[in-house]
Design a protein around this ligand. Structure first.
Ligand SMILES: [Zn+2]
Length: 165
């Protein structure tokens, strides 16, 4: 089974959100699970992540991508793990025993931007302060500010003239 490359996009979103996360496995040609099925790793659609905040990685992935996730396996999360977009507790083979030291995440296709994570420039971040800062550094804002100041100056001059008359 060739490498779909989806794992690169899974890893990219995790790494962007959690610089301390470590990629411990990705594409494994011919990989079979402990229950005898073809692993998502064998298609290049899964990553294994370890690091100092595995509960945090698990929760963030579930919050942002749970509904589109094929498998999100981390045994300490119990019946809050995810299979085919639904909560699930993984049993059978050595699957539970194998997933204490890493978070396994698989998706059918590449993830989009996280719903609660970084946004592309020019769109709202959901944070009023950073939106205000973005507006201030946006050149078109200064065009509007300039037009407003010019209008205020004209009004001031008009009133100044009326005052003198
Ligand atoms: Zn895995």
């Amino acid at each position: 089974m060739p490498d779909s490359g989806v794992w690169r996009d899974l890893w990219r979103v995790v790494q962007t959100q959690f610089p301390d996360a470590k990629l411990t496995s990705s594409y494994r040609s011919g990989s079979i699970t402990s229950t005898g099925n073809l692993s998502w790793h064998a298609r290049g659609n899964a990553i294994d992540i370890s690091g100092p905040n595995m509960t945090g990685y698990f929760e963030w992935i579930k919050t942002n991508y749970g509904g589109q996730t094929a498998e999100l396996i981390y045994t300490p999360a119990g019946n809050r793990q995810v299979k085919d977009g639904r909560e699930h507790r993984f049993t059978g083979g050595t699957i539970a025993a194998d997933h204490f030291d890493h978070v396994h995440w698989a998706m059918q296709s590449s993830p989009g931007a996280p719903s609660g994570g970084p946004t592309t420039p020019g769109t709202s971040s959901g944070n009023p302060l950073s939106d205000a800062l973005a507006a201030i550094t946006n050149p078109s804002t200064w065009v509007r500010v300039g037009a407003f100041l010019a209008a205020a100056l004209v009004l001031f001059l008009v009133f100044a003239k009326i005052g003198k008359g």
